[in-house]
Ligand binder design. Structure first.
Ligand code: ASP
Length: 321
């Protein structure tokens, strides 16, 4: 499929993959590719965002996303500040919107926000003057994760269109699954969701995906196997009998992986729960596992997002070719 190219994003916020056109996704991935090269060079300091202020506001735990947004901003020359609710006025009863408005009043150029409630980050974007990027909101969306996953896949397989991608595990509580299925379908991939029925959202087929409750069946001839963690923090009640039983039926090991194509690649957004959704043998297989590469792509994708979302402010042109 030949994608028309876009020159800029139509919004100054990135709240979700939903609403992005194939051309906008293509633009973000192409620029991310350039930032991968930039990050692999000895001098990793650019000035596209010099003078800009980025504030990371994370109301949920994060290792990869927060660190890579911080690195991305710093590598582009921005001033980056991190705020955690434990030591902010949220503890004194300040509302989410008041916190966001306070940071906006300090002339932040861009807020990266992670919040446990679906929709919270979109709401902030409607109230502030600065750009807002969603670092994950509840079970809703995690757009930069889907972009980095797409970049990792496209760099290895040379395309997204026509690939069979099996997304396996706790789909119900996963913003990663949601953003990924929207992106992959938009870009012409075939998406299969593999999960126990208790961990599948209702009417999920409306996204143009197929649903499987048997892992081996769902993995048949897959090009990409994406495993997801059981999102215990969002579960109200018990969704699986035990983690041991879950691993037996839904955990990826080399035996089940044998159902996928011989050159199928394994992905996981992290954090991994080894022995629950994935066996160490496959997670650490340097020939098949893309997991560390996903982390590398995360910095480049976040640089591309920060760059494109602030371009009208800076008039910068991105990194040199
Ligand atoms: N890190 C991803 C997220 O924030 C996946 C996960 O937590 O399991 O959604």
């Amino acid at each position: 499929m030949i994608m028309p190219s876009a020159e800029s994003l139509s919004s100054r916020h990135l709240i979700g993959i939903e609403g992005l056109s194939p051309a906008e996704i293509g633009l973000l991935l192409d620029l991310s590719d350039r930032y991968v090269d930039f990050n692999r060079s000895a001098n990793k300091k650019g000035d596209a965002l010099r003078g800009r202020t980025i504030i990371n506001v994370f109301f949920e735990n994060s290792t990869r996303t927060r660190t890579s947004f911080e690195l991305a901003g710093k590598r582009l020359g921005a001033d980056v500040i991190n705020i955690s609710p434990e030591v902010s006025s949220v503890r004194k009863g300040e509302t989410l919107l008041d916190t966001a408005l306070t940071l906006d009043a300090m002339h932040a150029d861009l807020l990266v926000v992670r919040h446990p409630e679906s929709g919270a980050v979109g709401l902030i974007s409607q109230k502030v003057r600065c750009s807002v990027v969603n670092g994950g909101d509840g079970a809703h969306e995690h757009p930069t994760q889907a972009l980095l996953d797409a970049l990792a896949i496209r760099r290895r397989k040379g395309k997204l269109s026509g690939l069979i991608v099996a997304i396996c595990g706790d789909i119900l509580h996963s913003r990663v699954a949601r953003s990924n299925m929207i992106l992959l379908r938009t870009m012409g991939a075939e998406v299969r969701l593999v999960a126990p029925r208790t961990l599948l959202p209702a009417e999920v087929e409306r996204y143009g995906v197929t649903v499987h409750s048997n892992l081996s069946e769902g993995l048949k001839d897959a090009d990409i196997v994406m495993m997801l963690r059981l999102q215990q923090e969002r579960m109200r009640g018990s969704f699986v009998p035990s983690t041991t039983e879950y691993f037996r039926f839904f955990g990826l090991d080399s035996q089940k992986l044998a159902m996928a194509k011989p050159d199928a690649l394994i992905m996981h957004p992290g954090p991994m729960n080894r022995g629950v959704e994935i066996d160490s043998d496959v997670a650490d297989d340097i020939n098949r596992s893309l997991i560390q590469e996903q982390v590398e792509m995360g910095v480049a994708v976040r640089m591309a997002c920060l760059d494109l979302l602030t371009r009208d402010l800076t008039g910068n042109e991105g990194p040199a070719e």
